[in-house]
Write a protein that binds this ligand. Structure first.
Ligand SMILES: *[C@@H]1O[C@H](CO)[C@@H](O)[C@H](O)[C@H]1NC(C)=O
Ligand SMILES: *[C@@H]1O[C@H](CO)[C@@H](O)[C@H](O)[C@H]1NC(C)=O
Ligand SMILES: *[C@@H]1O[C@H](CO)[C@@H](O)[C@H](O)[C@H]1NC(C)=O
Length: 479
């Protein structure tokens, strides 16, 4: 009797541990810093802590960010930009220096919990036409030696985040790496496997939908589909599962079907394209989180979720290139100022907003309603070359606000970026400062933040900027 009870308790405990483990293998975030209005790294780390986000992926090794992460216990993936791969591949001492400056230095008591180093970011992306391809493996071997020299090889694992365009197939079971990558993938995957590193992949059902008008919309989400993909005995109801298993098939084909998988980036943007909006982003991320935390796995790997999943992204980054599309600046689950864009539960309760964000005063710059605006084109263009005007375009949240609204939006973006310096709302008399929030519906007229350093003050030539500089007294010595 007692022993039965005992074993029942043991079973119960096991269940409890199993559940805890699922929560622990939880959801991390990508923290990119190509922002126009930067929150201080300390504010962002507090945001992570308040939301119990215990894993963060970075794209570089910014000392301010790493300093803010010290003592937090948050598990960190630091990144090496593709541009550094060439020099790291050709010089062991450069690799040593990178590791000592950007890893070893932080691996101390009360330091940063660095678990991964991402060697390049999607270095095999088709659009790079192979320019980084030959550097990845030699950079890996150099960096691995540097880690070993620093006695860090057991704690810090090298990974190579790959875009899902590294493999292809119409059916998951037929997945294979792109022919030109076959050799190098074999080399890299075998290296990763022998060092105990996972395979890191970035999966974007949004981009499949965005780039392909035939892509069934409901297949991008997790709510079931009228277009399931039937692959022999397996049926796929969403793009994520299909993509994941295509990778597993590709890895199997080269003998590594059991590699642990980490999802390095996955998410949905909220603005800047027709399919990018708050409700779609919420639906996708909610479905994803449930999917991962449910422990269900996929047809080719049932019952085993990916090791880690890093949402893309934590915050909007208003200074990112819009070459891929205007949505590129709107991937955050939080807006640039750390406010949750929609309700989402990452496994620990609904998202909580950033605290202690220091905003500029509540005022905005808008088009002067009493002035004729026919001569505004150059001002508009210049303002938008600094500020983020992507939401004004077709599919954006501010697309319907009219011509005057457009001008006001551009003026305000510029004015906030210049820390509300009154001269930056002049625009030859066409701008005027207002204390009434001009936001309309979902179209938000932002107020800047004063936290940290702003990257907004670029010293390009241009009339508005130079008059601002003179006003600011920076040129007084010259005069
Ligand atoms: C460390 O990382 C930073 C940020 O990515 C980079 O600028 C710097 O060059 C790196 N240090 C070395 C020695 O390579
Ligand atoms: C939001 O995006 C989804 C697809 O991603 C689309 O079906 C829906 O119509 C969009 N909603 C609005 C209000 O634009
Ligand atoms: C507002 O600006 C956007 C982007 O420049 C443009 O596509 C749109 O047509 C403009 N709207 C009006 C009413 O001028």
């Amino acid at each position: 009797m007692t022993s039965t009870l005992f074993s029942m308790i043991t079973v119960l405990l096991f269940c409890v541990f199993a559940v805890v483990e699922v929560v622990e293998s939880g959801i991390g975030v990508n923290w990119g810093t190509v922002a126009l209005h930067k929150l201080s790294p300390e504010t962002v780390v507090d945001l992570l802590k308040d939301n119990k986000i215990e894993k963060v992926k970075l794209f570089d090794a910014d000392p301010d960010v790493l300093k803010a992460l010290m003592g937090s216990g948050i598990e960190v993936m630091v990144g090496i930009p593709n541009e550094m791969l060439a020099v790291l591949s050709s010089s062991a001492s450069v690799a040593d220096l990178w590791v000592s400056q950007n890893v070893s230095r932080y691996m101390v008591k009360g330091g940063v919990n660095i678990k991964y180093v991402a060697v390049g970011n999607e270095p095999f992306l088709t659009s790079y036409s192979g320019q980084y391809q030959s550097y990845v493996f030699p950079a890996l071997t150099n960096l691995q030696q540097s880690l070993a020299k620093g006695n860090l090889a057991g704690m810090v694992k090298l990974v190579v985040p790959c875009n899902a365009d590294a493999y292809e197939s119409s059916l998951p079971s037929q997945g294979a790496f792109r022919p030109e990558l076959a050799q190098i993938m074999m080399q890299i995957v075998s290296f990763l496997s022998s060092n105990g590193s996972p395979f890191v992949v970035n999966i974007y059902p949004f981009l499949s939908l965005y780039g392909n008008s035939d892509f069934p919309q409901d297949y991008a989400f997790f709510e079931g589909t009228t277009h399931p993909v039937v692959d022999g005995p397996n049926v796929y109801y969403n793009a994520y599962d299909g993509n994941f298993d295509t990778l597993l098939a590709a890895l199997s084909k080269i003998g590594y079907g059991h590699m642990p998988i980490v999802i390095g980036e996955i998410g949905w943007p909220t603005d800047g394209a027709l399919g990018a909006n708050l409700s779609a982003a919420r639906l996708f991320n909610k479905g994803l989180v449930n999917r991962v935390l449910s422990n269900k796995g996929t047809p080719l790997r049932p019952g085993v979720p990916p090791m880690d999943v890093y949402l893309f992204s934590l915050l909007d980054e208003g200074a990112k290139s819009v070459l891929p599309g205007n949505f590129e600046r709107h991937w955050g689950i939080f807006s640039f100022d750390g406010q949750a864009k929609y309700s989402l539960n990452l496994g620990n309760g609904l998202l909580k907003n950033a605290k202690d964000v220091h905003y500029l005063p509540s005022r905005w710059c808008v088009a002067n309603p009493t002035r004729d605006l026919s001569a505004v084109a150059n001002h508009f263009k210049l303002a938008c070359s600094f500020a983020d005007c992507t939401t004004l375009n077709y599919g954006g949240s501010c697309n319907g606000i009219g011509e005057k609204g457009n001008i006001s939006y551009a003026f305000n973006g510029y004015y906030q970026l210049q820390k509300q310096n009154p001269r930056t709302c002049e625009f030859d008399g066409l701008g005027i400062v207002t204390f009434r929030d001009p936001s309309v519906g979902d179209c938000r007229f932002l107020v800047g933040v004063t936290d940290g350093k702003s990257s907004g003050f670029r010293l390009n030539s241009g009339r508005i900027v130079s008059s601002l500089i003179i006003f600011g007294g920076i040129f007084t010595v010259v005069v």
